[in-house]
Write a protein that binds this ligand. Sequence first.
Ligand SMILES: NC(=O)c1ccc[n+]([C@@H]2O[C@H](COP(=O)([O-])OP(=O)(O)OC[C@H]3O[C@@H](n4cnc5c(N)ncnc54)[C@H](O)[C@@H]3O)[C@@H](O)[C@H]2O)c1
Length: 249
Amino acid sequence: MSRFQGRTVIVTGAASGIGHAVAVRFAREGARVVLGDINAAGLTNVKAELGDVALAHAFDVSNPADCAAIVRLAVESTGRVDVLCNVAGVLRLAPVAAITPEEWNRILRINLSGTFFMCQAALPKLVETKGCIVNLASSAGLVGVPYGAPYVASKHGVVGLTRALALEFAAAGVRVNAICPTKVQTPMVMGPPPEGVDYALLTRSAPWLNGGEPCEPPDIADAVAFLACDEARRITGIALPVDGGQTAN
Ligand SMILES: NC(=O)c1ccc[n+]([C@@H]2O[C@H](COP(=O)([O-])OP(=O)(O)OC[C@H]3O[C@@H](n4cnc5c(N)ncnc54)[C@H](O)[C@@H]3O)[C@@H](O)[C@H]2O)c1
């Protein structure tokens, strides 16, 4: 398939996990991919894997000037921006009493403000191409997760931001959608369970598809590529669960 031939796609969080899988997917389907992440070493590896179709740019998504710079790089190098995928994010699960103001602000700044700064920087270019945005929210953007107050608040914010931008830019022909995955096998969720939590409460959830078969990064990349492609041309302002039924009850 070459659904993205001749198009330029910016992927944040591209050094790891879902962002890596999304970058691979767009590159395989013909896109030029601009990879952004704060992890410069990880970016170098992904750039080496993808070759000449990729550009790597180390940046901090929570810094508006950095967000403007990666959009500028995409335009200077390829002349256009067709798709923005906001994947960069951080997670910390902890009881409310253990969350410091710094930790609260850090999670909101990266997950929510960073997504907004990238959208704000890219939207003028997306208006020119009638492009689209796909934001990585989470099932935690649709329902609560115990011990995840800042993360859940940030991801509900991403869903709200997605809807607001979809309405504001519909007339300009720019589509804005979000993906809401359940737990996906990436470094983000590989650590030991947090201290001081009720583990049974943390892992309680609806039955998952196929007996709870784990979700892998390419499963999410499939959904991102669908929402970004022309077959989704009538779809904007949605928060698409990719969660095996987790949020269906
Ligand atoms: N893994 C899951 O279970 C899961 C579920 C639902 C949603 N998500 C969301 O998917 C997205 C990707 O997560 P993942 O599971 O691939 O995690 P990951 O930790 O493998 O990747 C996240 C990437 O974001 C980058 N990043 C963090 N802070 C940054 C910053 N300030 N500036 C630029 N880059 C930064 C990291 O360096 C990393 O490469 C996140 O937004 C996450 O919230 C993940």
